[in-house]
Design a binder for this molecule. Structure first.
Ligand SMILES: Nc1nc2c(ncn2[C@@H]2O[C@H](COP(=O)(O)OP(=O)(O)OP(=O)(O)O)[C@@H](O)[C@H]2O)c(=O)[nH]1
Ligand SMILES: [Mg+2]
Length: 452
């Protein structure tokens, strides 16, 4: 059986399910389709065939729905087969073993998408979007992955490239006349377009921060002195008894994390050890952990007991908090001695709560969500959000353009400036995969699941 380099994998999760999906891609698909169904007529393309799956020994394994795709009209661009048997892991294993016996080989992680990319079915940013789409855990990240899958990043890169090529064409007009310098008046247009491009690309690189927040969740730290209600807050927000609540100060000794949704944002929320002059060595380690976590946190909920004097916060923490990333929660307002804490860090937004009586939580959610919307939504560039790999390539493109820009200012010869710009165009090309780098592709597709 000439199944050479026809790949196979289970594309649905392993375990019991109503149906499972086994995918194949490669030159032997048409022939395999006939062999496993024992038919003599080719399968109609893109048609759901109800058929018996017969193994190499002539034994029926299951009844399945089989779809056949021809070259150029499939996800990978090669011939493909999709076999949907009943979702019993034993049936799936038997079919996979049979296909292997017929010469197929198991697909590597992401190999279907990699083949699709190599066959020009999509650019690299679209291939990455498939992985993001599968892993998305919030409406926002789904939205961004879907936009990217429809080519938002690719279109932006084409636009940038076109504009760079436009500037290069203006400069190239002088390359044929090396004895002539670019006249001053002809430098103005290219110089200002170059600056504009550098700025726009800088904004685009900034959206990487947003992409990380989408995928990993907005890391929110609950901080405050011991016994103010931090653990009560994580429990109220997540609706679970995640953290132990007690009236003994210093109950939470190390941070505890949980995930929650705030509107369409995914939040990683961490309850921490209370900040104070540590009593014992273990408490001190817990407080060090809080300060360490604060360095990488995106948002802070600073809890106060409205009945007690204001806390003194460590300098490192004071430097991290600002009105855009912190909300002060004045808790225990049900007690008769509760005071207003409005003059504690008055620039920050304040919410009054009684976590014991479940009061003020809706206000907190509303202010918190508005605050995140305000600080993150404007950071999106026409809805285009780049990931770390894109940002690195764009960063190199910006470096090359900065060089070009300074050479232009110095009145260097056009040829030198155009060379730098050509380098920038190449770096932009890497975002969508115009690269010759097997190792980079290996690394990228390894992060995919098998069967995708
Ligand atoms: N009266 C009143 N008590 C509260 C309120 N919120 C929490 N408490 C009580 O305060 C005590 C401490 O609450 P926790 O949530 O454990 O406080 P914490 O900040 O996590 O404390 P540590 O882990 O020790 O740092 C518990 O007895 C809670 O029941 C509130 O709004 N009003
Ligand atoms: Mg606690």
């Amino acid at each position: 059986m000439p199944a050479a380099d026809t790949i196979v994998a289970l594309s649905s999760p392993s375990g019991e399910s109503a149906i499972a999906l086994i995918r194949l891609s490669g030159p032997a698909c048409a022939e395999l389709a006939l062999a496993i169904t024992q038919r003599s007529q080719p399968l109609k393309k893109r048609y759901a065939h109800f058929a018996k799956y017969i193994d190499v020994n002539g034994i029926q394994i299951d009844e399945c729905v089989i779809t056949y795709y021809t070259d150029g009209q499939s996800f990978t661009g090669e011939s493909m087969l999709e076999i949907a048997p009943h979702g019993n892991p034993m049936i799936v294993q038997k079919i996979l073993a049979d296909l292997m016996a017929r010469g197929c080989r198991p697909a590597e992680p992401g190999e279907f998408t990699r083949t699709a990319f190599l066959n020009g079915r999509m650019d690299l940013s679209q291939a990455e979007a498939i992985s993001d789409l599968i892993r998305a855990r919030s409406d926002r990240s789904l939205e961004v992955a879907q936009r990217q899958l429809h080519g938002s990043v690719g279109r932006k890169m084409s636009e940038l490239t076109e504009r760079l090529l436009g500037v290069m064409a203006q400069l190239e007009a002088y390359i044929d006349f090396p004895e002539e310098d670019l006249p001053g008046e002809d430098q103005v247009g290219p110089a200002s377009e170059l600056r504009k491009l550098i700025e726009e690309m800088g904004d685009l690189i900034e959206t990487q921060r947003y992409s990380a927040l989408l995928h990993e969740g907005i890391k929110t730290l609950i901080i405050g002195e011991p016994n103010v209600g931090k653990s009560s807050l994580i429990n109220a927000l997540t609706g679970a008894e995640r953290s132990i609540v007690s009236d003994i100060p210093g109950t939470t000794r190390d941070y505890i994390s949980a995930f929650m949704m705030l509107g369409s944002w995914r939040i990683e929320i961490l309850d921490t050890a209370g900040l104070h002059e540590a009593g014992d060595a273990i408490e001190k380690i817990g407080i060090d952990h809080t300060i360490e976590q604060a360095e990488t946190a995106d948002f802070f909920l600073l809890v106060l007991d409205a009945n007690l004097p204001y806390p003194t916060l460590p300098d490192s923490l004071l430097q991290r908090i600002n009105p855009a990333n912190t909300i002060v929660i004045e808790n225990k307002t049900d007690l008769p001695s509760a005071q207003s804490c409005a003059d504690f860090l008055p620039d920050l937004q304040h919410v009054r709560t009684s976590l014991l009586k479940r009061k003020g939580l809706a206000d907190l959610r509303e202010i918190w969500q508005k605050s995140i919307d305000a600080s993150l939504t404007h950071g999106q560039n026409d809805g285009v959000v780049v990931n770390a790999r894109h940002a690195a390539s764009l960063g190199e493109a910006v470096d090359a353009l900065e060089l070009a820009s300074s050479k232009l200012k110095l009145g260097d010869h056009s040829e030198l400036i155009v060379a730098d710009m050509r380098e920038a165009v190449e770096h932009i090309g890497q975002v969508v995969g115009r690269v010759d780098n097997e190792r980079m592709l290996d690394r990228l597709f390894k992060q995919f699941c098998i069967g995708k």
